[in-house]
Design a protein around this ligand. Structure first.
Ligand code: ZN
Length: 122
């Protein structure tokens, strides 16, 4: 069967005219071409849809009463009482041993507490 439309080639084993894209000779059945291994490169798009959106989840949690913290800061600030109240134990201990960072920390905290909303969150 002569097919003039498709390109043809000749089998290197039997000489039969076979379609050019034939891998197996249609007559003798031998493999005339290497199997095409070059599949389209499947780019595994590892788009991580699990965007780690919120590592601070659970951070904006504990509401603290501004006035309690202010009073603690005012009266017991050099002992770090307001830091303990906020749950910042480390800072509280630091204040405890440094008398509220020589009072400077207490003053700064007092002022910053003044401008916090009530309740504020730590
Ligand atoms: Zn052949």
């Amino acid at each position: 069967m002569e097919d003039t439309q498709t390109k043809t080639k000749y089998c290197k084993y039997c000489g039969e005219k076979i379609p050019e894209d034939a891998v197996i000779c249609t007559k003798c059945g031998r493999q005339v071409e290497e199997l095409k291994q070059n599949q389209p490169n499947v780019v595994i798009n590892n788009t991580n849809t699990n965007t780690v959106q919120n590592t601070t989840a659970g951070y904006a949690g504990k509401p603290k009463n501004k006035w309690v913290a202010l009073l603690l800061c005012f009266f017991l600030g050099i002992l770090g009482a307001h830091k303990f109240y906020e749950g910042k134990i480390g800072m509280g201990i630091l204040y405890l041993f440094t008398f509220g960072l020589c009072g400077i920390g207490v003053i700064i905290d007092f002022i910053s507490l003044l401008f916090k909303p009530n309740p504020y969150y730590v």
